[in-house]
Design a protein around this ligand. Sequence first.
Ligand SMILES: Cc1cc2nc3c(=O)[nH]c(=O)nc-3n(C[C@H](O)[C@H](O)[C@H](O)COP(=O)(O)OP(=O)(O)OC[C@H]3O[C@@H](n4cnc5c(N)ncnc54)[C@H](O)[C@@H]3O)c2cc1C
Length: 419
Amino acid sequence: MEILIAGAGIGGLTAALSLHHVGFDRVRIVEAAPELRPLGAGVNLLPNAVRELAALGLFGELAAVSARTDEIGYYARTGGLIWRDDRSAGSGHRWPQLSLHRGRLHTVLTEAVRARLGADAIVTDARLTGFTELPDGRLEAALDHGRGTSSSTLRADVLVGADGIRSAVRATLYPDEGAPSWQGATVWRGTTWVPPFLGGTSMLVTGDGTQKVVAYAMSPEPDAEGRVLVNWAASRPVDDGADADRSDWNRPVPQTKFLPHFEGWDLGFLDVTALLADSAGAFEYPMLDRDPLPRWSFGHTTLLGDAAHAMCPMGSGGTTQAIIDARALAYCLATGGNTEDALAAYEEHRRPAMTELQLANRNMGPEIVIDMTYDRAPEGFRRASDVIPAAELADVARHHAEIGAFDPVAASTGSPWTV
Ligand SMILES: Cc1cc2nc3c(=O)[nH]c(=O)nc-3n(C[C@H](O)[C@H](O)[C@H](O)COP(=O)(O)OP(=O)(O)OC[C@H]3O[C@@H](n4cnc5c(N)ncnc54)[C@H](O)[C@@H]3O)c2cc1C
């Protein structure tokens, strides 16, 4: 069976590796970019994604280029601890959460695809512009090369749209959908070398009822001065609208664009203003997602990762869920009878939970605990449990982890996607 994947991002590459792992050897990826480059900044692999990448034999390589994140600490902007979400081995997690540069993850996956599936498994400078279903059920993809200066077609038995938030496969299935949905906020990102904070293995989420900052170490080792490379993302609602076409992950902006909004943010254990000010550069990205879809699989075509369920970046789920999709898809194609049934089974496994996660993330996901405490105690608090019962805070984290299937019970039992 010939399988064509559109998009050599995290989801598409993991799909190719997963399909090859279960025995499909005619898998090809077409990628719009002229060359594969290690782009982006920090991403998180939640324990269930680490488990799946370990099943593909990549744990050692990934651990060597990642920082371990043992806990997520939610703090009020005035410094008070709201809630700690324990991801350490002591909390029952068998697999760690890994934080790393997206480019490093992308490189590990790309090299594994080329080593296992062959150097020509990834075709760059090949942008899928649409596809048609042939009378025999096969698909014919239309491809553009050299910025539209030439074109070609490619046929396959199965087409997987892993082509990101602006997926051309999705646009062919849903021609009236239009641009991604803007969720009313802008995110600025950067990386800064700083001394470790909160023990060095904590992800910090802090904010008030309006603005938020997320920061975590992503370098495997400290530098000669004992500093770790911290990825940070600062977000704030803006009312001037957003142009989805400007949503390039690597669009630089001067720090002056956002620093005034975060002036005086000092938590005692971390000077947040300095963290933002001292970064080597900063990038701006509008907070975009997609509406949940009523259907992902049509005949021999399906969607995966951001193409299927792009979500607001709350709780570090986007990369993890693309990886789980990839493994689930391979499992279903290997075990699910005819192709149509297999793709329908894949969708049945994944779409309901992803719809719930997309909607939960529009409502701040697990970061909602910051808004909840701010609403009840805008001036700060001595102990968070004086403001909100600890059980209520625990419930938020537990519920979110259960939807994403990275709670200790779900993530620590064996992979459900091993054939
Ligand atoms: C350059 C880049 C930088 C990013 N940086 C970050 C970051 O710093 N932090 C973060 O949390 N997330 C980042 N993301 C998003 C993150 O990688 C995804 O949200 C998540 O990993 C889900 O992966 P995905 O494979 O579904 O989508 P993506 O990782 O977005 O991959 C989609 C791939 O499809 C390709 N593509 C798009 N259209 C077509 C087409 N028509 N034909 C063929 N190929 C196509 C794209 O070039 C890309 O390689 C970035 C994405 C990209 C593309």
